[in-house]
Design a protein around this ligand. Structure first.
Ligand code: PEP
Length: 263
């Protein structure tokens, strides 16, 4: 539905520190995770927001290492129910209990390998918010969808279905991560201008869903997909872009420090 408020575009987030989110995926064992977490705690000094999302197994230990520092902790997923007989799943409340402030939801790898649908993502977002976590909702088109000219449609659908019907109050924060699926892990990020256009489409969807003051104050959009030290500032300098989600380049301390330095 068309929303006339959507044409008013305030000066987004100009006074907010950029965020760098590390997605460690299933790439580090517990000892490797602890070692990298110690390096991050000892070496990251920049005054930007840094959040690290280790695997479930490593969350508690990594959380202990980060305690007393400014480095924040996030999960890579949560289940769509609050509690119950769901063998193998982890609730948003459990993430909160071990010190998480964030949770990545709807990552393209989960959509691809685990059949995660927009409906599942929606329920997970609802659980995350109820537990007091900040959802990092991943949206993005595949190469085939891009070739079919469906990129904007996919972004609108994924954003809308994840959030439609939810109330976001003034104390809640949501991050949308635009991650073009075809560049994740490829070593080649997209043209920053293309990311800016995608972020505009996502903002438009948010304006269609929520009051403009909520969109302005409670949502951030970050870019993810082959971010490295050479390209990170191209993305963080974009208007309406609040940071980056980093996979591969967050696994090496020097690469990660260089990204933070260049933001
Ligand atoms: C990701 O998977 O969320 C991601 C951004 O990965 P990479 O930086 O390796 O492309």
């Amino acid at each position: 539905m068309y929303n006339s408020k959507a044409i008013i575009l305030p000066n987004f987030m100009s006074d907010i520190k950029p965020i760098v989110i590390a997605n460690w995926k299933m790439k580090l064992g517990l000892q490797e995770a602890k070692s990298l977490a110690s390096d991050i705690k000892n070496k990251v000094t920049a005054q930007i927001e840094v959040a690290v999302c280790p695997s479930f197994i490593s969350l508690t230990e990594v959380g202990k290492i980060f305690s007393g520092s400014n480095i924040k902790l996030g999960g890579q997923d949560c289940f769509w129910e609050a509690n119950g007989a769901f063998t193998g799943e982890v609730s948003a409340k459990e993430l909160k209990e071990v010190g998480c402030e964030f949770v990545i939801l709807g990552h393209s790898e989960r959509r691809k390998y685990l059949g995660e649908t927009d409906e599942m993502v929606h329920k997970k977002v609802s659980q995350a918010l109820a537990a007091g976590l900040m959802p990092i909702i991943c949206v993005g088109e595949t190469f085939e969808q891009r070739q079919q000219g469906a990129k904007d449609y996919v972004l609108i659908q994924q954003t809308t279905k994840a959030l439609e019907g939810l109330e976001i109050n003034a104390s809640q924060q949501v991050i949308i991560a635009y991650e073009p699926v075809w560049v994740i892990g490829s070593g080649q990020a997209i043209d920053p201008n293309e990311a800016a256009a995608a972020h505009q489409v996502i903002y438009q969807s948010l304006f269609d869903l929520f009051p403009s003051d909520i969109v302005k104050n409670n949502f951030r959009i970050v870019y993810g997909g082959s971010v490295d030290e050479t390209n990170v500032s191209d993305f963080t300098n974009l208007d309406k872009t609040s940071g980056v989600l980093v996979g591969g380049a967050s696994l090496n301390i020097n690469d990660f420090l260089a990204i933070i330095k260049n933001v």
